[in-house]
Design a protein around this ligand. Structure first.
Ligand code: BES
Ligand code: MN
Ligand code: ZN
Length: 500
């Protein structure tokens, strides 16, 4: 599928389908008015007859309009400006491409002026439009014997005012990179646990490094991690036949002496709970327990595609959590890379165990900031549902930057506190710290555990357990956390540029 930005007279534009907007109630947007003039009121007549009112997502296909070169004109309902939130925008784009799919249209020109969103930032409109369009065309078929039919739609052109072309093109390029990153994250998330193992994630990272001169990848195997004293990370995989891996992906887009920004992803490729075995219902969904890792991988792809002028290191802590005679048992005590000991009271609280050693490991990079991304707790779903991720941080500035980035990229996060009062819930009689804190404030105590290993740098934790995948009929990975991470890095890169 090809995207393009154009600026031309829409009445003489040759296309299978020209899309113009109708706002509520029955108000033609500027482009629609232009078109209406060219066809001598044929569009207004349709509105007058009440065939379309402009409700968000309404579609009406018109053919044979006089004096118009386009084969079809699609009137798209945009609702009212005030109510055009990112969610509404998403539903409008979804409805549009649903209609285009069902009409078997091969090329489309979209002239929605700057009306597809609440604000009229054309760059952002393009970003989100491309992101939402690509998301709609993603199809999983890797493990199906009948392969998905590729979309009939080949060309998508966005028509913008001539003074907006540059902004729109930037939005298109960045939007495509983010969308590609999301597709990569979704594909990794959707692959079953018997394919997407820690070793599989390593191969994906090595392939990524092969594709770019400024990306290097290093894999630490179990022996190397043992040498470093990462016994806490290793304790998660001891019950599994799949070897654990620490995957380090270095993207060097900035100056050599510039401090890197580090992303650390939870890559539990299947979480049975271990000896603290999970109940059977919906356990298949625990193949998604590597979605933090997948969003790191997707983000590394996207920033390489965008050639962001900064240094970023992506780290993936990959393991499979299984019960067996070799598995870690409740009550076992392990020593972390930091030297702190951990009493593993529940082997199902394994995410923090793989992350803590990875977070200690990244100290060696002298990071500017560290963000970990993890499907860490069921409790975050109780707190925030499937709408926002949770951010917890030892830096107010970093937390605020992430909230702002999430807002801009339509991938929201919301802050939960990490006050000292919560720390004592992790007290243990047999080790320096316990790996669970009881039933209260589950997402916060999980982050409190991580906070013990991140005192040396500015750090934020994103709990994405509620947003990384959808359940039910639409079951599948969302690709989320890629947009917010990309946006955070893009904003940071822009700040760096300004300082240079
Ligand atoms: N991967 C799960 C978290 C999870 C659960 C994500 C359900 C999405 C849906 C994590 O490893 C886990 O099992 N966490 C436990 C922690 C508890 C034992 C303290 C949980 O949330 O129940
Ligand atoms: Mn678990
Ligand atoms: Zn888990």
């Amino acid at each position: 599928m090809e995207f393009e930005i154009i600026s031309s007279d829409i009445s003489t534009l040759t296309t299978e389908c020209l899309v113009v907007g109708v706002e509520e109630t029955s108000i033609l947007t500027a482009s629609a008015q232009l078109l209406d003039k060219a066809c001598e009121g044929a569009i207004q007549a349709v509105l007058n007859d009440g065939d379309i009112t402009g409700k968000a997502g309404q579609c009406l296909v018109l053919r044979n309009l006089p004096n118009i070169s386009a084969k079809r004109v699609l009137l798209l309902g945009l609702g009212t400006q005030k109510k055009r939130t990112d969610t509404v925008h998403k539903s409008i784009i979804k409805a549009l491409f649903g209609q285009i799919k069902s009409n078997n249209i091969t090329d489309v020109a979209i002239a929605l002026d700057d009306k597809v969103n609440k604000d009229n930032d054309i760059y952002r409109q393009l970003r989100l439009s491309v992101q939402n369009a690509c998301a709609g065309f993603y199809q999983y078929d890797e493990t199906k014997s009948t392969k998905a039919t590729p979309p009939v739609l080949q060309n998508i052109r966005f028509v913008v005012a001539s003074d907006q072309v540059e902004n729109a093109e930037d939005g298109l390029l960045d939007g495509t990179a983010v969308a590609n990153g999301m597709s990569i994250a979704r594909e990794l998330g959707n692959l079953p646990g018997n394919i997407c193992t820690p070793t599989y994630l390593s191969k994906e990272a090595l392939d990524l490094a092969d594709g770019y001169d400024n990306i290097e990848c290093e894999i630490l195997d179990e022996a190397a991690m043992h040498e470093l004293g990462m016994h806490c990370l290793l304790s998660v995989g001891t019950g599994s036949a799949e070897p654990s891996q620490l995957i380090v992906i270095k993207y060097s887009g900035g100056k050599t002496d510039e401090q890197p920004h580090v992303l650390v992803g939870k890559g539990v490729t299947f979480d049975t709970g271990g000896i603290s075995l999970k109940p059977g219902a919906a356990m298949d969904e625990m193949k998604f327990d590597m979605c933090g890792a997948a969003s790191v991988m997707g983000t590394m792809h996207a920033i390489a595609e965008m050639e962001l002028p900064m240094n970023v290191i992506g780290v993936i802590a990959a393991a499979e959590n299984m019960p067996s005679d070799k598995a870690t048992k409740p009550g076992d005590v392990v020593t972390t890379m930091s030297g702190k000991t951990v009493e593993i009271l529940n082997t199902d609280a394994e995410g923090r165990l793989v992350l803590c050693d990875a977070l200690t490991y990244v100290e060696r990079f002298n990071p500017k900031t560290v963000i970990d991304i993890a499907t860490l707790t069921g409790a975050v779903i109780v707190a925030l549902g499937h709408t926002a991720s949770a951010v917890m941080s030892n830096s107010d500035a970093l937390a605020n930057e992430l909230i702002e980035a999430g807002e801009y990229a339509a991938d929201r996060t919301w802050r939960l506190p990490l006050w000292d009062e919560y720390q004592e819930l992790l007290d243990s009689n047999f080790a320096d710290i316990a790996n669970i804190g009881g039933p209260a404030a589950g997402s916060i105590t999980a982050a409190c555990f991580l906070a013990r290993f991140t005192e040396k740098y500015d750090w934020a934790h994103l709990d994405i357990a509620g947003i990384a995948w959808s359940k039910g009929k639409e079951k599948g990975a969302s690709g989320r956390a890629v947009p917010i991470l990309c946006q955070y890095l893009m904003n940071t890169a822009a700040d760096l540029q300004a300082q240079r």
